[in-house]
Design a protein. Structure first.
Length: 367
């Protein structure tokens, strides 16, 4: 193996792999990245046995092909610290990967590519096409509500539901739920769903940008593949049954409140300074065209504000974890938000008044 590549090409590819590379080093080779070279390209692959990423970059000069594995973080740090626009010469010398650029000469140990784990990808049950921007929005609008190391393992991920014309993402940690729906670039015949692990969703979120380029999602019974401009990310799915969002999202008669999102968020920030450190509770008392927001703590400190709003319905006296409310408010982009109350002891539904694509449910605290 002997080739030349620009610093920018190799650093960009290595950055993609670093999130997947196993940091705990249960197996030494999982800390390595697989390098495969042919006449025109370098393919880098990393895995943690639960997911795999492979990305292809263009080389500037080819001497000979081959493959090996090298420590991902060391290789990335070394290439990143070389001068910008450098051309890097990489070649195998026995069990070492030699790296030369300018007057610098470096040598990194390798492990045989024969020992690198092969990720078994199943045949896709459903394949859909979505814009990178839409996929990024689906993830950013819902992933904050995923469970984190919850004993109910099926909550520690993002539920994706694909039907003929749309894709829906749902996340819940049993205290709140976030749902977002987006259109597909083209209709699909096969409906499919799966729970994508938290770490994998975070990696997919890094891959997709604000650009309008297409992303292909292949969903199977036990795995998902996401393909975008020369990079493929594959992940196992979480086994288990995800909660039915239709049963969690409240419906029926409700009291309706519309308020300026920024005004509400700033009020919550001030009042919650004096909330309990443990429960982070804020109390909301509604009345006609007004909302009272208050908080107190064990030190007998308290704060309250009255803010104007449009309100229709019965008086509601309810409390929420302020962090759950603020995360939703920071995720929404609309000027105003709509909150539907279904009683002082029931979950509320928060939406954008101008869109049906986003829904957020928050469970109340016991007052």
């Amino acid at each position: 193996m002997d080739f030349y590549i620009t610093k920018e090409e190799v650093v960009k590819s290595l950055n993609y792999t670093l999130g997947v590379v196993e940091k705990r080093q249960t197996l030494p080779i999982l800390s390595n990245v697989l390098l495969e070279v042919d006449e025109s390209s370098l393919k880098l692959t990393a895995t943690d046995l639960e997911s795999e990423i492979s990305t292809t970059s263009t080389i500037s000069n080819f001497k000979s092909g081959g493959k090996t594995t090298a420590p991902a973080r060391k290789l990335s740090d070394l290439c990143r610290l070389l001068p910008d626009l450098s051309e890097i010469h990489l070649f195998l010398d026995g069990d070492n990967l030699k790296i030369e650029s300018g007057s610098g000469k470096y040598s990194i140990s390798t492990l045989s590519s024969d020992d690198f784990p092969v990720f078994e990808q199943e045949e896709a049950q459903s394949q859909v096409n979505i814009s990178s921007q839409n996929l990024k929005t689906l993830i950013s609008k819902t992933s904050f509500a995923m469970g984190n190391q919850d004993w109910r393992h099926y909550l520690n991920g993002l539920f994706l539901l694909i039907d003929d014309k749309s894709i829906t993402s749902v996340a819940t940690d049993a205290h709140r739920l976030a749902l977002a729906t987006s259109s597909l670039n083209e209709a699909t015949q096969e409906g499919m769903n799966g729970i994508v692990p938290r770490k994998s969703i975070n990696e997919i979120g890094k891959l997709v940008g604000e650009e309008s380029e297409n992303v292909i999602i292949e969903l199977g019974q036990t795995s998902i593949a996401v393909k975008i401009s020369g990079t493929t990310f594959i992940s196992k799915l979480i086994e288990g049954k995800f909660p039915d969002d239709e049963q969690v999202i409240p419906s029926g008669d409700s009291s309706q409140l519309v308020i300026n999102r920024k005004t509400f968020s700033e009020c919550l920030s001030r009042v919650s300074v004096l909330s309990s450190e443990k429960y982070k509770g804020v109390r909301i008392l509604t009345s006609e065209n007004s909302m009272n927001v208050s908080a107190n703590n064990p030190e007998k400190e308290q704060g309250e504000e009255n803010i104007s709003c449009d309100y229709k319905g019965e008086q509601i006296d309810i409390a929420f974890n302020v962090n759950y409310l603020q995360e939703i408010l920071s995720t929404l982009d609309s000027e105003n938000i709509e909150i539907n109350f279904f009683g002082s002891d029931k979950s509320c539904l928060i939406t954008d008044p101008n869109s049906t694509d986003l829904k957020y449910v928050v469970m109340p605290l016991l007052i």
